[in-house]
Design a protein around this ligand. Sequence first.
Ligand SMILES: *[C@@H]1O[C@H](CO)[C@@H](O)[C@H](O)[C@H]1NC(C)=O
Ligand SMILES: *[C@@H]1O[C@H](CO)[C@@H](O)[C@H](O)[C@H]1NC(C)=O
Ligand SMILES: *[C@@H]1O[C@H](CO)[C@@H](O)[C@H](O)[C@H]1NC(C)=O
Length: 369
Amino acid sequence: MQVTFCRLRTHQWCFILFNVILFHALLFGADFVEEYFLHSLPHVDMKVLEIKDKARKLNMEPLKSNLSTYYILNQPEVCKGKNIFLLSLIFSSPGNGTRRDLIRKTWGSMTSIQGHLIITLFALGMPVLVTTQKEIDKESQKNHDIIEGIFLDSSENQTLKIIAMTQWAVTFCPNALFILKVDEEMFVNLPSLVGYLLNLKEHLEDIYVGSVVHQGTPNRDPHHQEFISLSEYPEKYYPDYCSGETFIVSQEVARMMYVVFKEVPVMVPADVFVGICMKSIGLIPIHSSRFSGKRHIKYNRCCYKYIFTSSETTDAEMSLAWKEINDGKECTWLETYYGLISCKLLTYLDSFKHFHMSTLENNVMYVDD
Ligand SMILES: *[C@@H]1O[C@H](CO)[C@@H](O)[C@H](O)[C@H]1NC(C)=O
Ligand SMILES: *[C@@H]1O[C@H](CO)[C@@H](O)[C@H](O)[C@H]1NC(C)=O
Ligand SMILES: *[C@@H]1O[C@H](CO)[C@@H](O)[C@H](O)[C@H]1NC(C)=O
């Protein structure tokens, strides 16, 4: 009856309704499917239990007495005697003091959310120039928020950076419930992120969450900078891992990671390295589409109030987003809905443009060959 009614009298309405549903399914369907399928139970066996046990009994005291072999700058007291909910470690390049200052003034300035304590620190390696080191020393004396490991800060050394900072976190911040690794180019909406963490109900001690990359493949092009040979990583796919710009681990997971570091090949990209560590401790990453991964999300106030991160944020956008998110103006359900549609559509169009551009560039390269 209904169908006949529909076809005869209001088929236009049905058509419109169908299109609206199709539009939403296309726009949001992938997110739901991803979140559903990328969420499964962690795998536990004897080896994992052994690692768990080792992680619980980790003794970092010897390291504390030998600190100068690992860190140039170190903040051994920042976490002492506090109940910390989230430790944000912002991975920054040594020469980027202006960016750090901007983050200190914007999203990095939050010290507490809904009564939960947040600590924000900058993670650096060593600069090439002595003059840069002098500036960093000054900056550190002023702000007391820089950890500098003893290794050259270069794109090839990012895995070393992750190892050094995880080691720092388990040694000096064992009282932080969650640890956030985030790159300085990101804008982070800490209140929505903390709200999400507070709502995670399952396996709270086993958290590894971010924008999950499913069936990532090693780069097998020998001319490429990120080339991975078959002897370095023989398998076809990487295990699922969280895209490196932003991910969160719980303290227990950080400790387990620290235990297995030495057994994992360092040659793969840093985020894949973390993913392989997680696989060896039986952990499967949790995906949320509110993490942007590598994507820049087109700015829209109500959209930015909802999402967790956006990549490649300019200084101006960072200031604007920070100001507008904290102006106390709430977003209605409809505004959030509209904001999400608009920023998602624009972001898709953008990535399509990038895709198109890079295909064009590739073609040009082949013509040159
Ligand atoms: C402390 O540092 C020295 C010198 O680098 C090194 O030989 C020793 O193994 C280190 N000890 C620990 C416990 O890390
Ligand atoms: C990584 O850091 C080490 C230790 O400082 C340094 O010797 C090495 O040259 C760095 N590697 C690259 C590729 O920058
Ligand atoms: C500083 O950070 C910004 C934002 O990520 C980036 O665009 C810029 O290239 C960085 N500058 C240096 C000197 O690393």
